[in-house]
Design a protein around this ligand. Structure first.
Ligand code: HEM
Length: 243
């Protein structure tokens, strides 16, 4: 009988854990950094610069992002292909959520491959970042992304990536809580499911607004929300009066 990857208990737990802990945390931090684009190029570039100045950055990237991401995506694609027939045979609500979770996972595999090759390594020909990635060019980070997002196709692809990640992560939190026995009982599981749908909507809104902020001052919010923040930063504190 063929061994099913999805039945390997330890790998499955590791798959859930890598999705929630390093990658989940990374997504929150990443959306925060992207949202600083609402305050303009200088503020965003300074945040990117701060990340590049972090001690042990290369180790954080390799062990905290790339290895968990590689394991999570490859194992995720494997179990999705095994689970496909079963999931599609159900039609009620929760199983559609389950199907979306799988579909977003497969989409994210391709999105993240493109995204990392594009902005982190500058390897996608024809784009602004080609040979000129954000890593190592923090002072141009905003301009590079802004130039790429002038292409509506790329902006939409990034927005789909943000929404897919928000859903995948928020529903993943719910599955984690149920599978690890953190939320027990029908009612508690239903309420937590509503909370995770709320989280998916919230993260999507933050992520979409951050993406639009690279092409439109303050993203989708009125300018006043951001100009106030910008002014507070650049206006010198009043000098004390001399008598
Ligand atoms: C508007 C949407 C997004 C923008 C503008 C954006 C921007 C960036 C930039 C500029 C980098 C390179 C960082 C550097 O080298 O300093 C990066 C890396 C990365 N992004 Fe995004 N990103 C977006 C969406 C996402 C989403 C939805 C995910 C999903 C989890 C994601 C995951 C990653 C990962 C894993 C890396 C590599 C991290 C590293 O090398 O340290 N990004 N992103």
């Amino acid at each position: 009988m063929a061994i099913k990857f999805s039945n390997t208990f330890l790998l499955r737990k590791l798959h859930q854990l890598t999705g929630v802990v390093p990658l989940g945390i990374y997504f929150f931090v990443h959306m925060y950094t992207n949202s600083t684009a609402m305050s303009g190029a200088k503020v965003f570039n300074d945040h990117v610069q701060d990340i590049h100045h972090m001690p042990y950055l290369i180790f954080i990237e390799i062990f905290g992002i790339f290895i968990p991401l590689l394991f999570h995506s490859i194992y995720g694609v494997l179990i999705s292909s095994e689970a496909r027939a079963k999931a599609i045979s159900y039609s009620y609500g929760r199983n559609w959520f389950y199907v979306f979770q799988r579909v977003t996972g497969i989409f994210l595999f391709f999105f993240l491959l493109f995204h990392i090759l594009n902005l982190r390594f500058g390897l996608i020909p024809g784009l602004e970042s080609h040979g000129n990635p954000v890593a190592g060019n923090a002072d141009r980070a905003f301009d590079i992304i802004s130039a790429e997002f002038q292409n509506v196709g790329i902006l939409i692809f990034y927005i789909l990536g943000v929404v897919a990640t928000a859903w995948h992560l928020a529903y993943g939190f719910w599955m984690f809580a149920v599978d690890w026995g953190i939320v027990i009982g029908e009612k508690a599981q239903r309420l937590t499911l509503y909370a995770s749908i709320g989280l998916a909507i919230f993260l999507s809104a933050v992520g979409i607004n951050a993406a639009v902020a690279f092409v439109e001052n303050c993203g989708l919010l009125p300018d006043a929300c951001c100009e106030a923040a910008e002014q507070r930063k650049i206006v010198d504190p009043p000098t004390p009066r001399r008598f």
